[in-house]
Design a protein around this ligand. Structure first.
Ligand code: CMP
Length: 140
């Protein structure tokens, strides 16, 4: 059964640029409910753990450095068909390939500093949400 939750991070580039509010507004206007949210900053070690699946990729070291370079916002979002609909809302990983009107097209600076993260599966949405939030930190 498809889950109705996904997980997102507003990344250091978007947070630093003061775009968190505008991005959260786009997320809510697209019909997502924010059921858990916090501002925090990753250590390089925690960033490495979160992105462990990419450990063998050439961009991994830079990604960990970048993701721990400043504050982020982590959130669990709820909507029917959440994972797929959120990936449509944010657009392609590389903003150069992102569709007009998507969050990455509007706010991302590069393939690395691409404004937001969105889970790529229901399974990863649950794992990634649990990385940041306990059941007591969620609305339900
Ligand atoms: P995200 O969707 O959070 O998942 C992995 C992240 O690695 C990606 O967004 C980018 O921030 C970063 N990244 C950097 N270089 C690449 C690349 N060449 N391909 C995919 N992701 C990249």
């Amino acid at each position: 059964m498809a889950s109705n939750r996904t997980f997102t991070m507003i990344k250091p580039d978007a947070f630093e640029a003061g775009n968190s509010g505008a991005i959260l507004k786009m997320i809510e206007e697209a019909g997502f409910k924010i059921i858990a949210v916090k501002a925090t900053q990753l250590t390089p070690e925690l960033a490495g753990k979160f992105y462990e699946v990419h450990a063998a990729r050439p961009f991994y070291a830079d990604l960990c450095k970048y993701m721990s370079s400043g504050p982020i916002i982590a959130a669990i979002l709820e909507k029917e068909n959440a994972v797929e609909d959120f990936r449509t809302l944010i657009g392609a990983t590389n903003p150069a390939n992102a569709a007009e009107g998507t969050i990455r097209k509007i706010f991302a600076k590069s393939i690395e500093a691409n404004a937001v993260h969105g889970s790529d599966s229901d399974e990863n949405a649950a794992i990634e949400g649990s990385f940041y939030f306990s059941q007591f930190e969620r609305i339900s």
